[in-house]
Design a protein around this ligand. Sequence first.
Ligand SMILES: [Zn+2]
Ligand SMILES: [Zn+2]
Length: 423
Amino acid sequence: MNLTPAQAHEAYIGPPSEHVDISAFVKSANELQDGSEERAPIPLFSQSSAGLPADVKSAWSSLSQSDQDIIAAECCVDDLRTALLDTVKDPRLMGHVTRTHEATVHAIYETAESSSRKKRKRTTLADPAEEHPEVTALRLKLEATKLKCWPLTMHAASFIRPPRQSDHNTLISVKSLGKVSGGERDAIIFVTVYNRQSWGQRLLSRSSQHVLLSSQTLGDLFRAIPCTSKELPKETRDQEGRVTGYKHEGSPDDMADDDGHSAVLCVEGVLYSNGDGDRGYAESILELSASLPESKRPELSEGPSMDAAKLLSLTIRLHEPYWILHAGNCEHFFTFTTIRSRHPTDPSSGYPLTTQITPPLSDICRVCNKVPAVFSIVGDVRLGESPYLICGPCWRWMGEPEDEGVLVVPLPKHEKGWITNEE
Ligand SMILES: [Zn+2]
Ligand SMILES: [Zn+2]
């Protein structure tokens, strides 16, 4: 299976770090900050000035005002900023810059993609003869720039966003999923979640990114992850056990027996489950593992419940993929990407935060072909195929189905993990 360079870059996980004991990390960071009898306290985020020798620190203030002004003028970038703003504000110039950029990126991708994949349509640039004088002036100015970039080889493609990039973020600002503010001494932990590609089960792609406090738990992480499997509609059955309909969780006649929160997270061979039913996922996995021949048996053990497992209590490896299983067979992988102390400019509360969500692929209504479908209709002869995906207005416009056997299955609304937990 050929991946585009951007997909390959997204799917790349690792290499893992050494083991990191999160509580030991927090402890040593705090010890640095507090100092000891032998050593003065070191402010964690202002080493640049605090760590400097005294004579260096006073170097600037000992200069005369005129010397300071000369240096300030020399380091000033206002001319660059003005040139930049003038271009950005002018749609004609900005259009030219954008198209040139896209054409360049396109050329890099074209070189990097060795596969026989159908080449993307080339971004065409306007013929210089038809160019507006302003654009020509800008183009000549840019072409005369002496500053040159290193040659961009095909390997550069992995690090450049493609023209029509798949790496979108549905969020326009950081999303708070909780109200937790934690302590000042908490560490901040960044997590990236990966899903399998629907068209290639061995391939992973990034689906969301989250920020948690070290005092939060694996359960908090699990609930922050947006997943359509958390929103599967509940079946309603008749006395013989036949499925007679579906309803969304939270609807007035919801009699859900499973809250959809059962899951297991596996970190460094320890299973953190929360099955409060008869059998948790952890138990089932251990049983399955025990049935394997000894050479193939993974080394697994059962840990505390995921809501009791504070991140602080874990020893992890950064960039090592860990595993989540829930809703029967819905799998996710996640990596811890960064651990650091809390910075004064970090949000003071609202953890867990979600910083990125890859847009889910929504099926479009097959009647109007305009808006996302919200129902899947099963067994309605009027629609010509079953199941049939349709939007709300189009379905209402169809009127009541004559056949009682027609099932209206609500599609996931993307609520769990998308909107704030009401707790
Ligand atoms: Zn899932
Ligand atoms: Zn429609």
